[in-house]
Design a protein around this ligand. Structure first.
Ligand code: PMP
Length: 393
């Protein structure tokens, strides 16, 4: 026996259960088509909602910023000073979102790890949707506040768990929900959740990672979508999906952003986004300010694809966003489906336990503004062929 034998056993178990994640190698830029494991395939996997990951304006902005500022920030912002580029991105993001202030982080994951422990701690409580993203769960755990899960997208259930807990007299409380749930593509009923937060005067935070650049006027996100401006204390977002780059952002009230500059640990103890990241994100914000054309195209593509999938007989779950889960049930079936799609020239990954519940495995199709009508038709033909072959439709 060696001290890592247990890992070998765990990996063998994952493989036997069809739950071992195979990571494929991409050797092309992001876009509607990719070269994956040496083969040109249609891309139905990435979160490149608006096709910005390889947009000429973003790549040009990154290159010229490198010429002017170099590559790295070289240290934590509080210690070595903050580059003017980061401040510019933050003020542009705040203006785009229509909030008082914004602060950036190295990723959306880090933003959640920063925010939750900065706002609540021991003796406090976090009310968290039971299907919230892993980074919210981890941020809540790090905070050492009591975590109370409420039923998925259920404001009455939220009120119920709050009323059950009240006698325990927590000092502070934070309600947190994903805006768009990344595995199912459903949208949180934010107006009703906000009403509960207001009723109890609790802080409200929404993680809009899959809503930025997707929901709301010109992609301004879930708060804009529901016209809740000024009523949600903070929005966490990512710059790694619709914005096409990498990074995280917290947008909202000035006082909260000021506090995060003092107490957000990934801000205080980890170096900032790199120069090309920031410059490319600035170009993305400019693009979105100028036109909603890409957002419109994303939604046109989404409608076209989903209608056709339902007509073919697939179950696309509860999604009302470009995230299109194709529900298959068992992990082995989802993996076999994904492999067959790849043979047909379509890259769409199977998602199974523990990312989603046991028995709820699926192929998750991510629609993008980068897809043409012909691309969607190609994908649909592959789904039809594989679906019939595997007896799903
Ligand atoms: N929150 C949610 C809801 C997400 O889906 C993701 C990405 N999977 C993140 C946060 C993390 O974002 P990032 O990739 O920028 O770390």
């Amino acid at each position: 026996m060696t001290k890592t034998d247990w890992i070998s056993e765990e990996i063998a178990n994952l493989q036997a259960a069809g739950l071992f994640t195979q990571i494929r190698t991409v050797s092309s830029p992001q876009g509607a088509w990719l070269v994956v494991d040496g083969r040109r395939v249609l891309n139905f996997c990435s979160n490149n909602y608006l096709g910005l990951a390889n947009h000429p304006r973003l790549t040009a902005a990154a290159k010229s910023a490198i010429d002017r500022y170099g590559v790295g920030p070289a240290a934590v912002r509080t210690i070595a000073g903050t580059m003017e580029l980061h401040l510019k991105l933050e003020s542009h993001l705040a203006a785009f979102k229509g909030v008082e202030a914004a602060i950036t982080f190295q990723s959306g994951f880090n933003a959640n790890l920063a925010v939750i422990p900065a706002l609540v701690g021991k003796g406090d409580v976090v009310y968290s949707d039971e299907l919230n993203h892993a980074s919210i769960i981890d941020g809540a755990r790090l905070s050492r506040a009591e975590i109370v899960r409420y039923p998925h997208t259920d404001p009455a259930g939220l009120r119920g768990v709050i009323q059950e807990q009240r006698p325990q007299e927590f000092k502070r409380a934070l309600i947190v929900t994903d805006g768009v749930f990344s595995m199912d593509g459903d949208i949180a009923p934010l107006p009703e959740i906000q009403a509960v937060a207001q009723e109890f005067d609790y802080l409200l935070m929404v993680d809009d990672a899959h809503g930025e650049g997707v929901l709301g006027n010109g992609g301004r996100g879930i708060v804009d979508h529901f016209n809740l401006h000024g009523k949600v204390d903070l929005e966490v977002g990512t710059l790694s999906k619709a914005f096409g780059v990498v990074g995280g952002v917290v947008a909202g009230r000035q006082i909260i952003v000021d506090w995060l500059r003092q107490r957000g640990r990934p801000f205080l103890f980890s170096s900032a986004m790199t120069v090309p990241d920031v410059a490319a994100c600035l170009a993305a914000v400019d693009l979105l300010e100028e036109s909603d054309e890409l957002v419109q195209r994303l939604w046109d593509n989404t409608r076209t694809f989903k209608q056709a999938m339902v007509a073919l007989g697939f179950d696309t779950g509860a999604s009302s966003t470009p995230i299109t889960p194709v529900m298959l049930g068992e992990a082995q079936l989802a993996q076999a489906f994904s492999r067959s799609l790849f043979e047909e020239g379509v890259f769409a990954m199977a998602i199974g336990y523990p990312t989603v519940a046991q028995g709820k495995a699926r192929i998750r199709v991510m629609i993008s503004a980068a897809h043409s009508r012909e691309d969607l038709d190609h994908g649909l033909a592959a789904f039809e062929k594989v679906g019939k072959h595997l007896g799903v439709i």
